[in-house]
Design a protein around this ligand. Structure first.
Ligand code: HEM
Length: 448
């Protein structure tokens, strides 16, 4: 059977996406009209097949290839080729290595104290503004997650982590600024020059850390760089891996926490329940220990529901390497498969009243009723997010510290509008007022 979809247009599909108000609303519309499998023009990929049904997605879950043209915009950032699209035989061992660090509990536990220091420093800065002026969640929380991934990837005793943070921020401003045509007073040539300089400076800074590991002065395999050095990876590939980890980690985790605080601000009963749980589990401590996170079960379901409604990475893509059967349809090898993660999270067959914020959807009993792939904020299959477990630890830690200490309230009249960029961003940031919670000391009692 032919896969249904709209008639192609001469503009490659860009007009239809713009007219719908973005790719997500376009996907919702397409799937409502044509069903769970839709053929459409995806700007940058000619024709793609979008799948919004979690059961049908299973047929694609072993595909180990991304379509190169869709990820080409990241290529200039890498020295050894774009890691997002590396071939499966190279990708599999690389993924295993990343998972051995990023998904490992011992490694999370080892970095936990440093991550706690970083979020406490942000909370201290916000405390000074409490009740006076709103804070900008997205700006401050993405900056925090960049510092966190730097600490994690490079190790705690990096001489000058701020230099690496600053160099990476410059790379993003210049490269992504050009990509999204963010207005600048400077000409194209000047921007390209600055982008190249920023990239060279970042590579040099990361290169110094790699060199320190290689000459034996630093050998901890619990840090990403340490593990890569120990596995014998070449320096350029290590620099590229740090780059991809920073790219993948920092905006995503920062916006996940921002959207969660935003949604809690609009659901005071859920916010009160989180606060009650934090008081019960932490007592008078201002920050959790690693082992406490498992006991923060309501915070966990709030975070999951927030990432359902506002998935930080709203889409993914694959290229089929063999013919596939998807229910009544067949798709040939070489087809671009589009993953509308966000639309999957809004599929009313599995999420009744999908727009409603309802953390109870994630109790184990409710989860067991749904197909496995109904909830995929970290993607699926062999190219899914290697940082998923770390991201959940970081996000829970940040939320626990901030919500133990502060009450967050929306700023009257400030509109929060999602926009689809590299991640699911809020157009004009998310501004909220913070005020100290009664009885919160604001001081972190450190582990012995
Ligand atoms: C809440 C935070 C995060 C979210 C929602 C998120 C989501 C995603 C998504 C949707 C993908 C694409 C998956 C696919 O195509 O199926 C991805 C890829 C990736 N993420 Fe994350 N991510 C987060 C945090 C992190 C962190 C902390 C790291 C740590 C380094 C990380 C590292 C990666 C890497 C390396 C990839 C590329 C996967 C590959 O090609 O093998 N992410 N992430």
């Amino acid at each position: 059977m032919d896969i249904p979809g709209p008639e192609p247009c001469t503009d490659g599909g860009a007009g239809a996406v713009a007219a719908a108000g973005g790719l997500h609303t376009y996907q919702l519309r397409l799937h409502a009209e044509y069903g769970p499998v839709v053929r459409f023009q995806l700007p940058g990929a000619e024709t793609a097949v979008s799948i919004a049904d979690p059961v049908l997605l299973e047929a694609t879950a072993r595909i180990d290839k991304r379509p190169e043209p869709l990820f080409a915009f990241l290529s200039p950032l890498f020295e050894t080729g774009n890691l997002q699209v590396m071939p499966a035989d190279e990708h599999t061992p690389w993924r295993r290595l990343l998972l051995s660090v990023l998904a490992g509990r011992p490694s999370h536990e080892r970095h936990f104290a440093r991550l706690t220091e970083l979020v406490t420093a942000l909370a201290d800065r916000w405390a000074e503004r409490a009740g006076r002026e709103p804070v900008e969640l997205q700006k401050d929380l993405t900056a925090l997650s960049l510092r966190m991934i730097c600490a994690y990837a490079l190790g705690g005793d990096t001489e000058d982590p701020e230099r690496i943070v600053a160099a990476f921020e410059a790379v993003l401003t210049e490269h992504l600024g050009r990509l999204y045509q963010v207005p600048s007073q400077d000409g194209q040539e000047e921007r390209s020059r600055r982008a190249e300089e920023a990239l060279a400076s970042l590579r040099a800074a990361v290169g110094q850390v790699v060199a320190a590991h290689r000459c034996g002065s630093r050998t901890d395999a619990g840090d990403l760089i340490g593990a890569l050095v120990e596995a014998g990876e070449r320096p350029a590939r290590i620099r590229d891996t740090v780059m991809v980890a920073m790219l993948a980690a920092h905006h995503t985790t920062g916006v996940a926490v921002s959207w969660t605080l935003h949604l809690l601000g609009r659901h005071p009963r859920a916010a009160a329940r989180v606060a009650e749980e934090l008081d019960r589990v932490l007592g008078d401590r201002a920050a959790p220990e690693y082992a406490d996170l498992r006991r923060l079960t309501y915070l966990d379901v709030v975070l999951k529901e927030s990432m359902r409604l506002r998935p930080p990475g709203p889409y993914g893509a694959r290229e089929t390497t063999q013919d596939l059967v998807l229910g009544d349809y067949e798709i040939p090898a070489g087809t671009t498969v589009f993953y509308p993660f966000w639309a999957v999270h809004m599929n009313p067959d599995h999420w009744p009243d999908p727009e409603k914020f309802e953390p109870e959807r994630f109790t184990p009993h409710e989860v067991a009723k749904r197909p496995r792939l109904a909830y995929i904020p970290f993607g699926l299959g062999p190219r899914s997010c290697e940082g998923a477990a770390l991201a959940m630890v970081e996000a829970a830690l940040v939320l626990a510290v901030l919500l133990k200490r502060f009450r967050f309230e929306p700023v009257p009249g400030h509109e929060v509008t999602p926009v689809e960029r590299f991640v699911l961003w809020a157009a004009d940031d998310i501004r909220m007022t913070v005020s100290p919670r009664k009885g919160s000391s604001g001081r972190t009692r450190r582990s012995p």
